[in-house]
Structures are given as structure tokens and as C-alpha cells.
Write a protein that binds this ligand. Structure first.
Ligand code: HAM
Length: 431
């Protein structure tokens, strides 16, 4: 038990970390190009932020939150998502007083008590972005373009962008009634959760995975057919922007999203290689959220990508993270005197910014060279009695096998010169 991670959590092991870093660094770089600034918020918040922000009748708030009382009896919750927290930080720190719009991005861990399966965890990671203070559809197009460019840059194939409008507080109540009227005659056929949802949140029934509920809801009226004038023209405007930006998309009237704060735009990027948990990215507009949590009326729009699902989608579509770089040099030393010289040399080289390693288990030279191979070292720097006497190291090019003596003091500049020459060659400029 002690040596088992809690159900629904996963370690990211050193062998997997380069793929994670590749994804995180690519995201950071995409956000830089789009002018989004990083924001970091606490892992836990007052429970009320999520019950009000995400919505009391959502699955997240009803059954998935990790909620606990702290020692002073305050109810706190591990964040199940990032949007409510970023909105809270925006209000609390009066960031609305700065020039708008505000464009934020984040990389966070989130916690939801769900039934774990492939692509669904209890602790998972999101890369998200939010724009506050821009009510027009250009902001929606901006966040969708950010997600699309980032995903495209990772080389993931088989991703489909789906967009919808979920209306607003002026058109949604009438639509909800229409939906209830349609579903009520089939009440007995609905699953237990959906029976409850009929009153509290009937739109979620459209998203139920139970085959019977799906069948019943298949011909149900969709929000798209009941949009008010402003919502309908906003949706047309968004589609126009996406076309202008050159993004392929499908209108999917079935997207409802699992959080209550959405108004107008809802969108998802869905992967064809992931099975049931196929939504890699979900987002949309939430024009009432900031006011709902006590801030000044401020529109918002954003998305979050699930990192674990993203990595699965990369794997299933054959998109690879670049191979991790090996050591710049491995110092192989024979004898006590050589080891002492190697330690000094290693510190100097590391001080120059090079990644240098040596054996610390007393291996013989054969074992040390094997280790140099394992570490994917570009060069081996060999120091034995002869080298020690002559004040040199034998530098072995681990790719070509070529060896040559270089003065101990010149090793760093030799490695750096070779490095520059190789980079030039790789860039096709020749030496
Ligand atoms: P969400 O759809 O709940 O939206 O989550 C966004 C993404 O997080 C999902 O598309 C999925 O990739 C990932 N995800 C969600 N739950 C899990 C889980 N249990 N295990 C693994 N991955 C998961 C939000 O969270 C909104 N805050 C997105 C947003 C930002 N809307 C506007 N701004």
C-alpha cells in the first residue's frame, strides 16, 4: 500500500519526461507568439469558488471534487480545473483595472474523483489559456487559433475541431423547457443520473454516454436551433473568423460541455485515436463567470488541453518528441591520479555549461566506455597514466571512433568549437 500511488494518479518517470517537457515547452512558446502571459494560482481554493463558478448541478461539483476542511474548519477544494481560479485571481488582484483584454496561460495539475480509465485520471494536467475583457468573436477565434497552432506544431494527426453555440441566459431557459418537453415522455427510459438532470441541467442529458439515453436524446432539439439573435450572429461571426484564419472545423450541435459557465461559443478538439476519452481540448466563452464570482461584468473565453490525452494522441498518431540530448562528454579515468584530474576537469567543463559525467562505481575502462555509450555521450575524454604525464586528455569522438590528444586546459574550447561546427553542419551551412 505504502509503495503504491493513489488510484487514478501516475508518476512521470525520467524516461517519459522529455515528451512532457517537449509538450510544455512547445505550449509556452506558442503562448509567447500569441502574446499570452503566464499566471499561477494555488492548488486549492475555497470550495464555494467552484460550486458557484463551475456550477452546482455539474458532475464535477456534485461528485468529483476533492473537498476537505482545513484545521480551522474552512471548506477547501483541490482545483478540478483552472478557469475559475484564474477568474478569481483576476478579480482579487484587480487585474481588470489594467488595459484590457488580459491574456493568460497556465500549466496546472487538476483533481477530479472520476472512474479512472485510459485518458481519465484523478490527478491530471491541463495546459490552458483565457482571454478576459474581450466580448467579440475575434477573441474566440484567437484562443482557437492558439490551440490549433500548438496542436499542429506537435504534429498530431487525426484531430477534428468541433464548434457549437450553447446560447446565453436570454435564450437558454426557453430552450431548456423545449428540451424538457421533448424528454419528459421518455423519463422512465433515462438513466438515474439523467432523470435527476431533467430538472436541474437537461442539456447534460445530450452528453450522457449510456446507450439508452443516447437513443432517447438522438432526435432532441439542439440549442443551435433556439439561439437568440445576438447568439446566432455571434456564431456566424465566429465561423467567418475561423474560415478567414484558414482553420478547418465541423459544427457539432451536440457539444454541451460539462461546466455550467459557458455562454455562446463551445468548442472541442477531438482525436480519432483515443477511444472513449477522445476530447483532447475543450473550451468556450463564459461571459457571466467573472461577475458570478463577485467581479465587474467582464467577458471571458478560453480552453484547456489535457496533457495526458495529448500525449496519448501523439503516440497514436505517430507524432514524436525530439530525442533527448545525450551528455556532451564522458570522462573515463584509469587510476587514482587520473580520477583526481578527472574531477577537476569535470567541474571546469560543467562550469562552462557542458553536460559532463563520469563513473562513480569504480568500473574498469571497458565498463566506463559502455556507460559513455548508455549516456549517449558525444565525446569520451580518456585520462590514463600517459595522459596524466603529458598533461593531455585523449578525446574520442563517439560517432566516428576517431581519437586525438588535446591539452587538458584546451578540452573545453575543443568541445565548444566542435559543437559550433556541428551545429553549422546540421543547419546545412557547412563548416
Ligand atoms: P474540461 O473539458 O473539463 O474543461 O477539461 C479540459 C480538458 O482536460 C479535457 O478536454 C481533457 O483533455 C482534460 N481532462 C478533463 N478531465 C480529465 C481527467 N479526469 N483525466 C484526464 N484529462 C482530463 C475545463 O476544464 C475548462 N476549464 C476549459 C476551459 C478553459 N474553458 C474555458 N477556459
Amino acid at each position: 500500500m505504502i509503495a503504491t500511488a493513489p488510484k487514478g494518479t501516475k508518476d512521470v518517470l525520467p524516461g517519459q519526461i522529455h515528451a512532457w517537457r517537449h509538450v510544455e515547452e512547445s505550449y509556452r512558446e506558442a503562448c509567447r507568439r500569441f502574446g499570452f502571459q503566464e499566471i499561477r494560482t494555488p492548488v486549492f481554493e475555497h470550495t464555494e469558488l467552484f460550486s458557484r463558478g463551475v456550477g452546482g448541478a455539474t458532475d464535477i461539483v456534485e461528485k468529483q471534487m476533492y473537498t476537505f476542511d482545513d484545521r480551522a474548519g474552512r471548506s477547501l477544494t483541490l482545483r478540478p480545473e483552472g478557469t475559475a481560479s484564474v477568474a478569481r485571481a483576476f478579480v482579487e488582484n484587480r487585474l481588470y483595472a489594467e488595459m484590457q483584454p488580459s491574456k493568460y496561460f497556465y500549466g496546472i495539475s487538476c483533481f477530479r474523483y472520476e472512474k479512472p480509465q485510459l485518458g481519465r485520471l484523478r490527478e491530471f494536467h491541463q495546459l490552458g489559456a483565457e482571454i478576459f475583457g474581450a466580448g467579440g468573436m475575434l477573441a474566440d477565434a484567437e484562443v482557437i487559433c492558439l490551440a490549433a497552432d500548438f496542436l499542429g506544431g506537435l504534429g498530431i494527426g487525426g484531430l477534428d475541431l468541433r464548434v457549437n453555440s450553447v446560447g446565453c441566459p436570454s435564450c437558454r431557459p426557453a430552450y431548456r423547457e423545449l428540451l424538457r418537453d421533448f424528454l419528459r415522455p421518455s423519463y422512465d427510459g433515462l438513466c438515474e443520473t439523467c432523470r435527476k438532470r431533467l430538472d436541474s441541467n437537461p442539456m447534460r442529458i445530450l452528453d450522457c454516454k449510456s446507450p439508452r439515453c443516447r437513443e432517447i436524446a438522438a432526435d432532441a432539439p439542439r440549442m443551435l436551433g433556439s439561439l437568440c439573435g445576438p447568439c446566432a450572429s455571434a456564431f456566424d461571426e465566429l465561423k467567418g473568423h475561423l474560415v478567414a484564419a484558414g482553420l478547418a472545423f465541423t459544427v457539432d450541435a451536440g457539444i454541451v460541455r460539462g461546466l455550467d459557465y459557458y455562454t455562446k461559443t463551445a468548442f472541442e478538439f477531438v482525436s480519432d485515436g483515443l477511444g472513449a476519452q477522445d476530447t483532447v481540448c475543450g473550451g468556450g466563452r463564459y461571459d457571466g463567470l467573472i461577475e458570478d464570482i463577485g467581479g465587474p461584468g467582464t467577458p471571458g473565453v478560453g480552453f484547456a488541453l489535457g496533457v495526458e490525452r495529448l500525449l496519448l494522441a501523439m503516440e497514436s498518431s505517430g507524432a514524436k518528441a525530439p530525442e533527448p540530448e545525450g551528455a556532451d562528454a564522458f570522462i573515463a579515468a584509469m587510476g587514482d591520479g587520473a580520477r583526481a584530474a578527472a574531477l577537476g576537469l569535470m567541474r571546469r567543463l560543467r562550469g562552462e555549461g557542458l553536460r559532463v559525467e563520469m563513473d562513480c562505481l569504480g568500473r574498469n575502462i571497458k565498463g566506463q566506455m559502455k556507460l559513455a555509450d548508455r549516456l549517449n555521450a558525444r565525446y569520451a575524454l580518456i585520462i590514463g597514466d600517459d595522459e596524466l604525464r603529458d598533461g593531455v586528455v585523449t578525446i574520442k569522438d563517439m560517432r566516428s571512433g576517431e581519437q586525438r590528444p588535446v591539452g587538458m586546459r584546451d578540452a573545453a574550447s575543443f568541445l565548444r568549437r566542435r559543437d559550433v561546427a556541428e551545429q553549422r553542419e546540421e543547419n546545412g551551412k557547412g563548416i
